[in-house]
Design a protein around this ligand. Structure first.
Ligand code: LLP
Length: 446
């Protein structure tokens, strides 16, 4: 699924051609669309409004998916809250203008210093994942003379039916407290002097294409909330986590926000608790692409390789999850040639047709699209039918989520530049790293 569309033989994001972006900022380069980010966020809030729950809902963007300050700032301006998992992410949200009282702090291993930072700025809630963490938070809050607001992340033991590495709601996963133990931990939490129980949360996995498991998890949370109420423990908010899947390949049907949220909202609309959502991927995944250049074509006896200047360090998902990202060719039309007639809607799928129309003379071959990193696992796409020449630009689609956020400096490769398109403008939102910066913190022995 792409946010790019064809204009005179060149792929564009909103009003800006990708060839121009590559010429100006170099490659590899992550390109995001402000319009697509905004549309994805509004799809959530429109759905919440349609179900009559908007006034008691908070959409807390899970920033692990893409934590660039400009991305966070786009969501902060739209009124989003944020889901964080570290002190580093807390600092980012604050630097990007996010409100502390709309922050929920998830994660299985929060450190006391991170808890203290979050308490000092007054976050909305700590999503607690173990009895041990609860005890530590109580101590930290006591030492600061304040009260920590908490939710328990309950593991509902629901099969999210997604990739095992990104499934989190099963008994066998490290996340949350067991459903059967939750009530006792809540009782204990309610007895602690520096803890205030305010919520319940869960997150069963990521890239969920079927809304049923999330709705099943909500049922389990609601029975627990009712059981707690009979015990005098009042749950003010229900946080259903993130997880909504996106379309990575055109033959894969991902639910819209309306379709994904409806089965759980039907249950939640009858209640009075406040609601929290923690979408990550679904707000940013299809609002970004990775622009890369073909450096070397290497025909082989068994396979043809196209060696591009992006690699596994820039985009880990193929190597890590065997994830599939659509890869399309970007035309190289000169800047400003021709006038665009297409409406600039975000999320329009035109990539492959654009590729084939753009260069009909060159027959497509089957390529392994790989990076220059010294690992056989350094691949970005297997068996792609593309008509390629050295120097061509490619766009690796649906990489706005868990792309740059998971990038590393492996092979001492500077991380990519990031830009955001906003209408006809393009803004550099993260400079390409310089090699000297990569070892600036290292020292020689005396
Ligand atoms: N809330 C919690 C507590 C989470 O652990 C996560 C993601 C989210 C929300 C956001 O989930 P989303 O809406 O993005 O599915 N690196 C993997 C995905 C890891 C997801 C981790 N937790 C990937 O590239 O597919």
């Amino acid at each position: 699924m792409t946010l790019a569309f064809e204009r005179n033989g060149s792929l564009c994001v909103e009003g800006v051609s990708l060839a121009d972006i590559a010429a100006r900022f170099g490659t590899p380069c992550y390109v995001y669309s402000r319009a697509a980010l905004t549309a994805a966020f509004l799809a959530y809030t429109d759905t919440l409004r349609a179900h009559g729950v908007i006034d008691r809902s908070m959409v807390c963007y899970a920033i692990k998916a893409n934590s660039n300050l400009a991305v966070l700032n786009v969501f902060a301006r739209l009124g989003a809250g944020f889901d964080i998992v570290s002190g580093g992410e807390l600092a980012r949200v604050l630097a990007a203008g996010g409100s502390p009282d709309k922050i929920v702090f998830s994660g299985v291993g929060k450190k006391p210093a991170e808890m203290a930072e979050a308490l000092k700025v007054g976050i909305h809630c700590f999503n607690i994942e173990s009895a041990s963490e609860l005890a530590t938070l109580n101590e930290v809050a006591e030492s600061l003379g304040c009260i920590a607001r908490i939710s328990l992340r309950v593991n509902p033991d629901v099969d999210a039916k997604t990739h095992p590495y990104i499934s989190t709601g099963l008994k066998s996963n490290k996340f949350g407290v067991a459903y059967t133990e939750a009530h006792a931990i809540y009782r204990h939490a309610a007895s602690l002097r520096n803890i205030k129980v305010v919520g319940i949360d869960c997150h069963i996995g990521s890239q969920l294409l079927d809304p049923a498991p999330a709705a099943e998890a909500v049922d389990k949370l609601l029975s627990l909330v009712d059981a707690l109420a009979t015990d005098g423990i009042v749950i003010e908010h229900i946080d259903v986590g993130g997880g909504m899947g996106i379309t990575y390949r055109s033959d894969e049907a991902a639910p819209s926000a309306a379709e994904y949220l409806a089965p759980m909202l039907v249950k939640l609309a009858r209640r009075t608790e406040k609601l929290i959502f923690e979408p990550g991927r679904s707000l940013v995944g299809n609002a970004g692409l990775l622009l890369t250049r073909v450096d070397v074509l290497k025909p082989g006896e068994v396979k043809n390789f196209a060696i591009v200047d992006a690699a596994m360090n820039d985009l880990m998902r193929p190597a890590m999850y065997e994830a599939w990202h659509e890869i399309v060719k970007v035309g190289n039309s000169p800047a400003g040639a021709g006038v665009e007639s297409r409406p600039r809607t975000a999320g329009t799928l035109h990539g492959r047709e654009a590729v084939l129309r753009e260069n009909p003379a060159l027959p497509p071959s089957i390529y392994e699209i790989v990076g220059p990193v010294c690992e056989s696992g350094d691949w970005l796409g297997h068996d792609r039918s593309l008509a390629l020449s050295e120097g061509d630009l490619l766009a690796i689609l649906s990489t706005g989520a868990y792309g740059m956020a998971m990038a590393s400096n492996y092979n001492t490769r500077p991380r990519a530049a990031e830009v955001m398109v906003d209408g006809n403008d393009v803004h550099l939102i993260r400079q390409r790293e310089a090699v000297a910066q990569l070892f600036a913190l290292e020292s020689l022995l005396p």
